[in-house]
Design a protein around this ligand. Structure first.
Ligand SMILES: [Fe+2]
Ligand SMILES: [Fe+2]
Length: 451
């Protein structure tokens, strides 16, 4: 939405008065007390509010099947989604983004349920496919066919395309580019990759969008959120395998914001002018969703305020945060043994199995975002490795940015210093209630640029 500043409304009144009456012009000019003669242009201030819910993994009860090491608490997918929607419906959103893994296994039933639910929302909603939404090229007894995904979401981004990627104007001056990062290689395996045709299409769109603010939504991670994520044997599959190609294009056209999912972790990463905001899964601890507000200040600088909320309770799980964290911990043993025995840690199996129970909270802490560990509890080599996952800046100070922060997107002076892994200001991070971002004062925000 656009807001005319009061001063500009006053100028418009003066212009009208000038045309209609010399007397009224003189009178109003003195009344309004500003230098009309020095005014050279009329501009608009861009301001809008939106939300992100990621990795909903919608599963109607009859489509849910269990697996002993499944981290996704799919049983809460629909009530958790309803809880988030109930909150967001009160917030006068301009739009909602759903960056993939809309369904648990690409079931037609679940896609249809979601399509019908999105139809009833009071704000526009835009989706892209995650790996769970299009797990196979051809339809099977469980999933829809890859190519039929757009037909389920005509009103949610795919109005006029048969491709799995699209672009649309969100509001005047703001463009969404929804990418499809699901790709089947020659062996028929599904990987995170953008094909050449899609990259050429992207360049064409960006060439035509030079005067717009561009938001990119893609399921797989583009900037690393975990230490050495691109090469870690367990974490690399959450990255786009040709992320450098995408980043090079986005930088060339001045794109500053990417929104992703897939990792099921709350994290904000920064790399050479681009922020990637990845949002955790609504069906796994801590069941988060985000509210974001973009605005330009009077100096032309662009800001994105990020706030995060959690689903605290659903009928079957009245203390969802506690139950879900326990669920994750209870199922973490195989994951932890694998994590400890694989590179770079390479811990012998017996030692890894002995250590794993004491690390049952490890992944829940990572998923929380703004993670801190008591690394001194572990042998030095392991403790030093875990420190890389912590919310610490390079100088060892706290860097709590993943849940609630304000990102400065432009207008930085050459003297701006980078603080930690990202260039942003943490407003507050709170374990159970993230609604205190309003406490950030204007002075706090301005301090970012001068630090
Ligand atoms: Fe997911
Ligand atoms: Fe995924």
């Amino acid at each position: 939405m656009f807001f005319f500043e009061t001063k500009y409304i006053q100028i418009l009144i003066l212009i009208v008065c000038t045309i209609t009456s010399e007397e009224s012009y003189t009178h109003l000019k003195s009344l309004l007390k500003f230098e009309f003669e020095n005014f050279t242009y009329i501009s608009m201030t861009l301001k809008f509010r939106f939300a992100i819910i990621s990795d909903l993994h919608i599963g109607l009860p009859e489509t849910i099947w269990d697996h002993p090491s499944r981290f996704h608490l799919v049983e809460v997918s629909i009530p958790a989604f309803e809880s988030a929607l109930e909150h967001l419906s009160q917030l006068n959103l301009d739009f909602l983004l759903l960056p993939g893994d809309l369904t648990q296994h690409g079931e037609a039933k679940n896609h249809t349920w979601l399509q019908q639910r999105l139809n009833k929302l009071p704000f526009p909603t835009y989706v892209i496919p995650g790996n769970h939404d299009v797990p196979v090229l051809e339809a099977n007894e469980q999933s829809i066919a890859f190519s039929t995904f757009p037909s389920y979401y005509r009103k949610f981004g795919y109005a006029d395309t048969e491709e799995l990627y699209y672009t649309c104007e969100l509001i005047p001056g703001v463009r969404l580019i929804g990418l499809n990062s699901n790709y089947f290689n020659e062996q028929g395996n599904q990987i995170g990759h953008l094909g050449d045709k899609q990259l050429r299409w992207l360049e064409k769109v960006l060439t035509q969008a030079k005067n717009e603010l561009v938001l990119v939504m893609v399921h797989h991670n583009v900037i690393e959120h975990l230490p050495n994520q691109s090469r870690h044997p367990m974490a690399s599959r959450y990255m786009l395998d040709n992320a450098p190609d995408l980043l090079a294009i986005l930088r060339r056209y001045g794109v500053k914001l990417i929104f992703t999912g897939h990792l099921h972790v709350q994290d904000i990463a920064y790399s050479e002018g681009i922020y990637e905001v990845t949002t955790g899964s609504l069906v796994s601890y801590p069941h988060p969703y985000r509210l974001l507000e973009f605005h330009e200040d009077k100096y032309g600088r662009e800001w994105l305020q990020v706030m995060s909320y959690r689903v605290e309770s659903v009928p079957e799980f009245p203390n969802l945060q506690y139950s879900s964290r326990k669920w994750m911990g209870d199922r973490s043993f195989p994951f932890l043994v694998k994590f400890l025995t694989l590179p770079p840690l390479n811990i012998p199996l017996a030692q890894a199995e002995a250590m794993a129970p004491s690390l049952r909270e490890f992944w829940a802490n990572i998923a929380d975002g703004d993670t801190l560990f008591d690394c001194d509890l572990f042998p030095e080599k392991i403790g030093n490795y875990f420190k890389k996952y912590a919310a610490l800046a390079e100088d060892g100070t706290l860097n709590l940015i993943d849940n609630c922060s304000t990102l400065l997107l432009s207008g930085l002076s050459a003297n701006t210093k980078y603080r930690g892994k990202t260039m942003q200001k943490s407003i507050t991070a709170h374990r159970t209630n993230f609604t205190t971002t309003e406490k950030a004062s204007q002075r706090d925000i301005f301090n970012v640029a001068s630090k």
